[in-house]
Design a protein around this ligand. Sequence first.
Ligand code: SAM
Length: 240
Amino acid sequence: SEPTPTFSAGLMLPLNIDQGRYLTSVMRKGTGDKVSVFNGREGEWTAEIAEAGKKQVVLRLLEQTREQPQAQGPVLAVALIKRSPLEYIIEKATELGASRIQLLMTRRTQSDHVKLERLKIIAQEAAEQTERLDVPEILSPVKLEAFLAAPDVEVIVFGDEDSTHEGDERRTMPLLEVLSTLTSKRTAILIGPEGGFDDHERQTLRAMENVHPVNLGPRILRADTAAISALTLYQAALGD
Ligand code: SAM
């Protein structure tokens, strides 16, 4: 979507073609009708439809009805997977309160091709549907190692095997226990690709103090199921 100008009462806001059509054809709105508007930065506003032409729909902003909340939820760091389950993850992670979605390149990632703009639209539509005022940022893929090197982030890695290995002191813990030990405000939920993390990545993850392994049970879940389950459990535990 186009960046919108700073909101203020009286601002005239032309909609893009899809938004205009949605309002007039799907929602059957016309001149004078009231709608809610948000741009992800300046809370929620009411607006009235000032012009409802076939080619252009223009809103006039009236007043702010909700303040912009602070983004609270966890970061979802997810390896690039096939288009359809990835899109599903973006939609559901937005509904479930992820504050940001970081795409990752891992050693078993099959392709680095991703249509970021399409993913952003999916996030925006899911945010509208769920009435959250902030749209999670979708960040283009970075290598797993680069993501892990970011300072001040606690990473909960969801692995599909018990990460207890000989000589490894740190055992897989229940999520609730992990959450109670976290010190940083920035928590990331890390989900691997279809083929999982390879041995080298598992070793790297196990060696890091800020990485906390959690298991979602004895069955191997698809990455989309794992991402949604992890976010749901986080949400249920912390209510963010
Ligand atoms: N065969 C792969 C492997 O050996 O790792 C399976 C990968 S699984 C389809 C995709 C991702 O979902 C995993 O990398 C992991 O992050 C997550 N996942 C799947 N099942 C899980 C489980 N039971 N507990 C925690 N995470 C799981």
